[in-house]
Design a binder for this molecule. Structure first.
Ligand SMILES: [Zn+2]
Length: 666
């Protein structure tokens, strides 16, 4: 390719408006076919007042909301004129972008009868007709070919800003949760045989190699589908954002938070950080689902749950994204709409500070180890340690001064080499569980044996441990319980062994409830290596906190981070554990901020309005000299005290959420 062509290509790339690369405020009013009769003036006014700048609007697939010319595209019978054209023009006039929603997972029964080869076939050899909509198959002609005709028609006619696909992939159940199994259509049989040389499995069997091959096939087909969609749409419109529930071929990964019960307090924080960790340039739009469950889509979850979801997503770099069934004017459970609107408008009014930011949490947490990870994440959140999730590679660990690796025993040689280099270069490393054999920085701690869980065992906190861990909340604790395996290491030369294992002993009857020995086995090992330092809890301290929530375990972790490993944290916050912080900085280098969220309204499974939390002290070592500190929500300036390169402010009252903005001097 000639240089001129290369340059032409580059300037073309530059010219494409990739508007989605900054977090947006999306509102999905998922229209029912009867909503074609809604009041359009009111629709546009309500979307605008809501503070949304992107609307996810139903365009085609199951129901076409425009006068389609395609013979197998079902036109909304409730529609007069051209709903898509009218709404698009009106929203664009208000500066609001529109992502068109398509759903090719089902087709109207009158077309289904004419094109049976497009349809999903259940394990019992039947088509699935749900409310007049018949399930189609990814392998069949509808999703492989006809879908592109519908997309092409819509894209050629309407200046949409993006396209969203619902219900992608190989579906096995209907909306009532009835399981119909693996598709047995002709196209699946042929394509699977072509792919694998095997016959299509007739049912799910996790132990069968054919079934495992089938899963690989469905993933391949789904990826291929979205790579084709991407090539097709971007050739027509490079500025069109593609959004759906897969990371392949998309610009915006869509997810949902839709289960009101059974998800932890930090669920959406974890989800946002974990998804964006490997997303590259792709964005995350994770919708807070308004309704309680699919069969009850007119009834809302707690407003405070909705706000928690949206907040945890956006402060970690995702879009604001809210989804309800039907337009705002037809909501029958309107509780919480005002709170979402207030949050959207707050974000809109402060875009200067909220849109172009990057993570600034200094502790790196590696996402592995199940309950061990969950417990450590909770300790960090409750102690206002600003952290980010990382993978085990040098660029991801980056400049984080401290890294935590839960359940480290199974790390590969390559992972260990990365961690050794990290510590040699000055990093502070905290592991839990078994020390992986290939790790050099902790090799002086010699492994002896693994003691299985023993009832009645404890970890002794001695006077010298208390002094070293330097935590006031350990003053009244001489032990914490140990409820799991313990890996015994000899503290060799250069190994500082802290805390001691108390082996399991008598716990009943009360007359006989006392232990007789305290071992010499350290329960925390600390070793200096190169310019850094490594430490390991040779037991699963995080899982203990996840299970029982005893503050002693949390205090030991925090004492290890702050004192034994000696992290001089950039951000220190003194407040209730019910306040969650997030630390980000502006990409333009003119500010950083600390987000505060008040979790105090949670009572078991119920989320109430939080009670105000007062006098939150924030002490920050800023990246640059700070000129002013401002509370973006309260709209007030805070007096600041400067000392030793640090800035201290006091937030008088946190009602629900706040952004504490540290503006740098020019
Ligand atoms: Zn099929």
């Amino acid at each position: 390719m000639s240089l001129a062509l290369v340059e032409a290509g580059l300037s073309e790339t530059r010219a494409v408006d990739r508007w989605w690369l900054e977090p947006q405020r999306m509102l999905q009013t998922n229209l029912r076919e009867i909503d074609a009769t809604m009041d359009l003036d009111r629709y546009v006014r309500e979307v605008k007042d809501f503070g949304a700048n992107v609307v996810l609007f139903n365009v085609g697939g199951i129901v076409g909301n425009y006068p389609t010319e395609l013979p197998y595209h079902y036109r909304n019978p409730h529609m007069q004129g051209d709903l898509v054209a009218t709404v698009l023009e009106r929203l664009h006039a208000e500066g609001i972008r529109v992502i068109g929603r398509f759903d090719f997972s089902k087709i109207n029964e009158k077309f289904a009868a004419q094109q049976p080869e497009w349809l999903y076939v259940s394990e019992r050899g039947r088509h699935v007709n749900y409310n007049g909509q018949v399930h189609t198959c990814v392998s069949g002609g509808y999703q492989q070919e006809y879908m592109f005709e519908i997309l092409g028609e819509a894209i050629d006619r309407y200046p949409l800003d993006g396209v969203f696909f619902n219900m992608i992939g190989y579906q096995r159940s209907d909306y009532s949760g009835n399981y119909h199994g693996l598709c047995q259509c002709r196209a699946c049989k042929d394509k699977f045989r072509e792919y694998s040389g095997m016959e299509l499995p007739k049912t799910r069997d996790d132990n069968s190699p054919v079934y495992r091959k089938y899963l690989e096939f469905t993933r391949m087909m789904s990826d291929r589908q979205f790579n084709r969609v991407n090539a097709f749409l971007k050739a027509k419109r490079p500025d069109l954002a593609i959004c759906t529930y897969t990371p392949t071929g998309v610009d915006i990964i869509r997810m949902e938070s839709n289960r009101p019960l059974g998800q932890g307090t930090y669920h959406d924080t974890d989800k946002a950080k974990a998804t964006l960790l490997t997303a590259g340039e792709r964005q995350l739009a994770n919708c807070a689902v308004h309704f309680i469950d699919i069969p009850y889509r007119h009834a809302a979850v707690s407003p405070y749950l909705t706000i928690r979801r949206i907040w945890q997503l956006w402060v970690n770099g995702a879009w604001l994204d809210f989804y309800c069934i039907g337009p705002l004017q037809r909501q029958e459970d309107r509780t919480g709409l005002d709170l979402v609107q207030a949050l959207y408008r707050f974000h809109g009014a402060n875009e200067r500070w909220l849109k172009r930011t990057r993570p600034a949490g200094e502790v790196a947490l590696v996402r592995r180890g199940g309950a061990e990870y969950d417990g450590l994440l909770q300790v960090l959140c409750e102690n206002q340690v600003a952290f980010e999730l990382t993978t085990l590679d040098a660029s991801s660990l980056g400049t984080h001064p401290l890294a935590i690796v839960p359940d480290a025993g199974g790390l590969s040689e390559k992972d260990c080499a990365v961690l050794d280099a990290y510590v040699a270069d000055g990093g502070k490393l905290l592991l839990t569980g078994k020390i992986p054999p290939a790790l050099k920085c902790l090799k002086d701690a010699a492994f002896q044996q693994t003691r299985p869980a023993e009832k009645g065992s404890y970890i002794r906190i001695r006077a010298e441990d208390r002094q070293r861990l330097h935590r006031a909340d350990l003053e009244k604790l001489d032990l914490v319980f140990l409820q799991g395996a313990f890996h015994v290491y000899d503290g060799g030369e250069g190994v500082e062994g802290l805390l001691r294992l108390i082996p399991g002993d008598m716990f009943g009857p009360p007359e006989k409830c006392y232990y007789r020995t305290v071992s010499d086995h350290p329960a925390l090992l600390v070793v200096r290596h190169g310019r850094g330092v490594a430490a390991c809890f040779p037991w699963e301290i995080g899982s203990h906190y996840e299970r029982q929530g005893h503050q002693g375990h949390a205090a030991i972790v925090m004492g290890t981070i702050d004192s034994a490993l000696g992290l001089d944290r950039r951000l220190r916050v003194v407040t209730s554990p019910l306040v969650e912080v997030t630390h980000r900085q502006g990409t333009d280098g003119t500010f950083e901020w600390v987000a505060l969220f008040n979790h105090s309204g949670q009572q078991g499974k119920v989320l109430h309005r939080p009670v105000p939390i007062r006098d939150i002290a924030i002490n920050l070592r800023p990246s640059k000299e700070v000129k002013a500190v401002r509370l973006l929500h309260a709209g007030t300036e805070l007096p600041l005290r400067r000392e030793n390169g640090r800035v201290t402010v006091a937030v008088p009252e946190l009602n629900h959420y706040e952004i504490v903005l540290f503006k740098y001097a020019e």
